[in-house]
Design a protein around this ligand. Structure first.
Ligand code: G3P
Ligand code: MG
Length: 356
């Protein structure tokens, strides 16, 4: 990071402000860059490709590790992005490692949900694919499903996983990213949740359930928005509440929770301070805390990105683009942004004109 920031331009005052970029519907639609994003990001670096403006990605999406996401974004946008700059919906799951480090947990969602959790330090995690494959006939629709689920390659590992699953209770389920197979995942999660973590074995105390976020919809490649994790949560909750005497208990992370914005501010501070570590030698007055004058949140979803920035309060300033969930002419009525622009490129242009 120090190298990344070592040549931060001295003309601008980058430590007075920082930027948080939403990804889906602002920077990308599925895998395709939108709104002039590669051009916009290049402006945050100097001619030698060194970062000159502190920024992070603040996305509710995920399913792969922050380091892999950083590589993926670097190649899509043509700039050098550090894993520290990638804050995903599931990134705060790290904080639960102490509680579940050695407990059996199940990770749900597209991508590599179990690998993500293992990288955070959870030692006993299975993806819901691997978990479900330990139970014969748990999904009666499986024979009708045309896709093939990746099997555990190593046979001895598969047997060990099966022994573990049939003898140990699941202590928590983590919905890391969007569920790929709602029917199977809702069935298996209900099994886990109502039996106290041992499907097929009567009723038990509900294990913990965590969602990386609660987005009802998000902007993918299709012109209108698609159902997100919040829609999956509603489906699971409605069914669970019909089959169980107690209402489903769960915790959701992600935007618009104000703690997500607090955390983004801390990471941006950390990025700036790692730069100042170098400068301190010359100027001891730079030591100590750091406060931003303005932090810009650039998002496309009024209820999530703009609502979150508004709740987080000072120093957040919200910018709403028209490339994603929001497609209105005027500002959003319920969650008005501080500024509405067409694209992320326009948003970056505004910030740089104001700050540099
Ligand atoms: O699944 C991802 C989506 O719900 C939100 O992503 O980048 O718009 O916060 P983003
Ligand atoms: Mg978005």
């Amino acid at each position: 990071i120090i190298r990344l920031f070592s040549q931060l331009s001295s003309q601008s005052t980058p430590d007075a402000f920082g930027i948080a970029f939403d990804i889906d519907g602002v920077v990308l639609r599925s895998e395709a860059p939108i709104g002039g994003s590669p051009r916009a990001f290049r402006r945050l670096y100097d001619d030698s490709g060194n970062l000159r403006i502190p920024y992070v990605f603040l996305t509710n999406g995920g399913g792969i590790s922050e380091s892999k996401r950083a590589l993926e974004l670097s190649s899509l946008l043509g700039v050098k992005i550090s894993p520290l700059q990638v804050l995903q919906g599931h990134t705060p799951f790290k904080q639960l490692v102490n509680r579940f480090e050695n407990e059996l947990i199940v990770a749900v969602g597209k991508g590599e949900p179990a690998a993500v959790m293992a990288e955070y330090g959870f030692k006993n995690v299975l993806s819901i694919d691997d978990y479900a494959s330990c139970f014969d006939n748990i999904d009666p629709l499986a024979p009708y499903k045309k896709w093939i689920t990746k099997q555990v390659a190593d046979q001895s590992r598969a047997v060990a996983a099966k022994d573990l699953v049939l003898s140990q209770r699941v202590q928590a389920a983590f919905v890391v990213s969007d569920s790929v197979d709602w029917s199977r995942d809702i069935q298996v999660l209900c099994d886990i949740l109502r039996t106290g973590g041992l499907p097929g074995r009567g009723i038990g105390h509900q294990p913990q359930l965590y969602f990386a976020h609660d987005d009802l919809a998000y902007q993918a490649a299709f012109p209108s928005e698609r159902f997100g994790m919040g829609a999956f949560r509603i489906a699971l909750e409605s069914i669970f509440n019909r089959i169980h005497p107690h209402a489903l208990e769960y915790t959701t992370f992600g935007k618009p929770n104000p703690f997500v914005f607090k955390n983004a501010e801390l990471i941006l501070k950390q990025l700036v301070l790692s730069l100042q570590d170098k400068v301190q030698v010359l100027n001891p007055a730079n030591a100590g805390g750091h406060n931003f004058k303005t932090l810009y949140m650039i998002g496309d979803n009024p209820a999530v990105d703009i609502n979150g920035a508004r709740q987080a309060g000072h120093p957040w300033f919200s910018i709403l683009t028209r490339t994603g969930v929001f497609k209105g002419k005027e500002n959003h009525a319920e969650f008005p942004a501080d500024l509405v622009v067409d694209t992320v490129e326009e948003a970056v242009d505004f910030v740089l004109r104001k700050e540099c």
